[in-house]
Design a protein around this ligand. Structure first.
Ligand code: FAD
Length: 535
């Protein structure tokens, strides 16, 4: 980092923020550039500079259902982008072996119903219809077990009371936060490299400048704002706002501006991953419509089915196993399909930058913060951040309150997700080796400990979960608490005196609806085979 007196006149002058320089061309860089182009068009200048020498992280292929707002904002429909990214549908996260070997449950994209003011989970605890909380309370669990698509062969969406937004050029576009009350029934899996490529084309067609070069220096002005970044071959790139999308390196935010990194490692010890891309023959092998997280000796393995391959990886704690052992475990888990495939070993930085926006630099993506991908939150963090950056876009340096509000909302999202992930480990009934035993005695974030005590008496609701927006509604906590099974949870005593007939009828309605949909819907394989045949 260098200090440049001359830069003071340019960067961040009290004129309008107009020139945005995005450093990094991974998922974060291209999502950011595309979104800014969609939001502001030619009223701002956006440049993306990405290194040909430093690769992208190469993983990050499962999403949250909220991601649909991203594509809608860009005015892209599924046929516009899904085939180009080998994308598939994701209705849930399927957790295997977190309770005991052979057990599985789902965290679906489906709101939990309620009867007489009590959530179905509470009624279920009072009188479990079957041993499967997820199947009794959610339609999606049955669709996942039967590997169904959420759409019929004619493209019609299953009826979950959700109306898809009409794509009219003039229509207002939706963002995540105002849609919190509704739950779209699915998210996507996609190939990260193909998405970045697709968005490169989208953004550059809308005026985003694309430079392939290395940033070799970050030059600050006398006020500590970034004046310009120096590149190896394209000279200096000046800007009013710099977006650090350089991944775990965080070259601008943490290195040049020296913003501290707050580690979550004391509560989430998984710090490494090994990933493999395994070819898949869609005509012969089933594509589950969900991400699977299978518990292992020192962490868990993800399985993400895409059109032509499976993305798989072992997320583990290096205190409990070695990279070699982890790779062996992953290869054994996948079987012969992984034999000729090269492994990608990744060291993960778990936690968040204390502030993601400092002076005239915003970190988005891995530079801002990251938690292990157990609930596919990395791309959600990016999506949420770019929505916020648009909402809090500054006119100039004087708008520090916008910056502060932005930082608060980003910190809440990341801290809230951390709590949710910790619950998976504390809640897991599994305690068959040191790794899993330690998940029960390790420190948990202070307020989570208190919240868990409350949930033993009253299933999670809006009053008792992490109190700020973080993308995870109370029903998600119910799924993990009742699915992992290690924390004893009681039903509300009031239900012992209540008339349960309406609740029983509701469980029956869910069962009948699930049976009907399983009968009617194509499998995910059949759906995408038909789409490809039509293309
Ligand atoms: P990167 O992909 O690392 O990109 C960094 C960019 O910076 C590159 O383009 C590089 O060329 C550029 N760069 C670096 N240095 C320079 C320089 N000096 N000059 C110019 N350019 C430079 N998220 C999910 O939502 N779902 C998942 O299932 C999921 N799984 C994950 C699994 C693992 C093991 C990990 C580690 C992450 C996962 N994530 C997941 C997170 C997700 O991968 C990231 O959030 C996402 O890929 C964004 O990465 P990025 O763009 O911030 O960084």
């Amino acid at each position: 980092m260098t200090v440049d007196g001359a830069g003071k006149q340019r960067a961040g002058d009290p004129g309008r923020t107009k020139r945005v320089v995005v450093v990094g061309g991974g998922t974060a860089g291209w999502m950011t550039a595309s979104y800014l182009a969609a939001a502001f068009g030619e009223r701002i200048d956006v440049t993306v500079v990405e290194s040909a020498r430093v690769g992208t992280i190469g993983v990050g292929e499962a999403t949250f259902s909220d991601i649909r707002h991203f594509f809608e904002f860009l005015k892209l429909s599924e046929p516009d982008w899904m085939p180009a990214c080998n994308a598939t549908y994701k209705l849930a996260v399927r957790f295997e072996n977190w309770r005991e070997p052979g057990h599985h449950f789902y965290h679906p994209f489906e709101q939990l119903g309620s009867v007489d003011g009590f959530p179905l989970s509470d009624w279920w605890l009072r009188n479990p219809t079957t041993s499967r909380f997820d199947k009794d309370c959610f339609v999606m669990a049955s669709l996942c077990d039967a590997e169904r698509s959420p759409r019929y062969l004619d493209g019609k969406l299953i009826d979950q009371g959700f109306v898809e937004q009409q794509r009219e050029e003039t229509s207002a576009r939706s963002t995540i936060v105002e849609y919190q009350g509704t739950q779209f029934p699915y998210a996507y899996h996609f190939e990260a490299a193909l998405l970045a490529k697709f968005l490169t084309t989208y953004a550059t067609q809308r005026g985003v400048r694309h430079i392939t070069d290395d940033v070799t220096d970050v030059v600050l002005d006398q006020d500590g704002y970034i004046a310009h970044v120096q590149t190896a071959e394209h000279g200096r790139l000046e800007g009013d706002l710099f977006v650090d999308c350089t991944g775990f390196r965080a070259l601008l935010l943490n290195k040049a501006l020296d913003e501290p990194f707050v580690s979550y490692q004391d509560t989430l010890p998984n710090d490494s991953a090994v990933a493999l891309q395994v070819p898949l023959d869609m005509d012969r092998e089933p594509m589950r419509p969900c991400t699977t997280a299978t518990a292992q000796e020192a962490g868990w393995i993800w399985t993400i089915p895409l059109i032509s391959r499976i993305g798989s990886g072992y997320v583990y704690a290096s205190d409990y196993t070695t990279p070699e052992e982890a790779e062996r475990t992953l290869r054994a888990f996948i079987g012969p399909g992984a034999e000729d495939v090269e492994a990608n070993h990744i060291k993960m930085r778990i936690g968040r930058s204390r502030r993601s926006w400092v002076k005239n630099c915003v970190g988005i993506g891995l530079s801002s913060g990251f938690v292990e991908p157990l609930e596919s939150t990395g791309i959600f963090f990016i999506h949420h951040a770019i929505e916020q950056i648009v909402k809090y876009f500054p006119s100039g340096r004087e708008d520090h309150r916008l910056r502060d509000l932005y930082n608060e909302s980003i910190a809440h999202v990341q801290d809230g997700v951390r709590e949710f992930l910790v619950l998976h480990y504390v809640g897991a009934k599994r305690a068959d080796n040191q790794y899993w035993k330690d998940t029960k005695t390790r420190r948990v974030p202070d307020e989570l400990a208190e919240r868990i005590e409350n949930w033993k008496y009253k299933v999670p609701d809006a009053q008792t979960v992490f109190p700020h927006y973080h993308g995870l509604p109370p029903y998600s906590y119910n799924c993990i608490l009742l699915g992992t099974g290690g924390i004893e949870v009681r039903h509300s005593p009031a239900l012992d005196m209540a008339d349960e007939r309406a609740a029983i009828a509701e469980f029956e309605r869910i069962r009948l609806k699930a049976d009907k949909l399983v009968q009617e819907l194509p499998t995910q394989n059949e759906y995408f085979a038909a789409m490809r045949a039509d293309a």
